[in-house]
Design a protein around this ligand. Structure first.
Ligand code: AMP
Length: 278
């Protein structure tokens, strides 16, 4: 498995692949890899000849009071997992090699990022779009795989690819969960035993929404309130609960099959997100 630590090394390799008609798949991550990430690598392997995994905790997408400094990192374990998963190359840059001290060009999506996590984490998707655009220009992938776990992020990346004409296919892979339903996340490592139990409130509230909608269309406000109540009973502090249109991410008055339910909630100090297409 190849290991690149600078943008130049990755881009040179990518140009050589392109010259040889090797189809490249990219899986962008922030590391501390779990089975969710590994499922994206497996998906990329099905669709490409060579797979690049990037591992970069991107400072530009973290707010001043967020967990950039203490975000979990384990390079040795991540490299072993990538190798086992059959990655061709891993890109492990530092912030210093990714951003010039006077960097002044950023990518901003202006519609889909207005609500949900975009409203709660100002500047977050500007950081995400900028780093993903840079990774696209470095790895020159034919296909890039993202997780539905970050539903809004995947929608924004698809929009960026459409609106800026990146010649890249975007694939969104399903959410990988623990057996009890909790969505896998690098941040789950922050949870105490009690919080880990409370965190089940997210997937349970989404299951409740799916059950309700399976019975017939639901008035969104009433359904949201039921979900909020379930979250609060699990000692979670709700950041948002929304029922939105799957493409435009705008709130719907009535939840129907195909509506997306999204939750962000604090479990102790840890902010968790989850979603489900109803
Ligand atoms: P992260 O390292 O958290 O930035 O995530 C990197 C990629 O993995 C993103 O496309 C995420 O949506 C995806 N991902 C994270 N958790 C999961 C999961 N439980 N199931 C599927 N994909 C995931």
């Amino acid at each position: 498995m190849l290991i690149f630590r600078t943008p130049g090394e990755l881009q040179q390799w990518a140009l050589a692949q392109r010259a040889r008609n090797v189809k490249v798949g990219l899986v962008p991550t922030m590391g501390y890899l779990h089975e969710g990430h590994l499922s994206l690598i497996a998906e990329a392997r099905k669709r490409a000849d060579a797979v690049v995994v990037s591992i970069f905790v991107n400072p530009v997408q973290f707010g001043p009071n967020e967990d950039f400094e203490k975000y979990p990192r384990d390079e040795a374990r991540d490299l072993a997992r990538c190798e086992e998963a059959g990655a061709t190359a891993v890109f492990l840059p530092t912030p210093a090699v990714m951003y010039a001290p006077d960097a002044s060009v950023f990518v901003v999506e202006e519609r889909l990022g207005q609500g949900l996590c975009g409203a709660r984490r100002p500047g977050h998707f500007r950081g995400v779009c900028t780093v993903v655009a840079k990774l696209f220009n470095l790895a020159l992938p034919d296909v890039a795989v993202f997780g539905q776990k970050d539903y809004q992020q995947a929608a924004i990346i698809k929009r960026m690819v459409r609106d800026l004409n990146f010649p890249i296919e975007i694939v969104v892979a399903p959410i990988v969960r623990e057996t009890d339903g909790l969505a896998k996340s690098s941040r789950n490592v922050y949870l105490s035993a009690e919080e880990r139990q409370n965190a089940l409130g997210l997937s349970r509230a989404l299951a409740l929404a799916a059950e309700e909608v399976a019975k017939g269309p639901c008035e969104s406000q009433a359904l949201r309130q039921k979900m909020v109540r379930l979250l609060e009973q699990s000692a979670l502090r709700v950041d948002y609960v929304e029922l939105v249109d799957a493409e435009q991410l705008t709130p719907v008055a009535e939840a129907v099959p195909g509506t997306v339910a999204l939750i962000a909630a604090f479990c102790g100090k840890t902010r968790l997100i989850d979603n489900r297409i109803l």
